[in-house]
Write a protein that binds this ligand. Structure first.
Ligand SMILES: [Zn+2]
Ligand SMILES: [Zn+2]
Length: 50
């Protein structure tokens, strides 16, 4: 019950509905990539470099 209202770890004051499978950050819809299950930062790093 304690962890229901958690804010996004990117500090945008939205509720975190997801947990990144890569780094474990709790993130809102805007910061979550549903395809990979990762947060946007992790998803970017994965796509971009290489
Ligand atoms: Zn967010
Ligand atoms: Zn992540």
């Amino acid at each position: 019950m304690a962890d229901i209202f958690v804010l996004c770890d990117y500090n945008d004051n939205k509720f975190a509905k997801h947990i990144c499978k890569n780094c474990g950050k709790r993130v809102c819809d805007d910061h979550f990539d549903t395809k990979s299950g990762w947060c946007t930062a992790c998803a970017k790093g994965r796509k971009g470099k290489r």
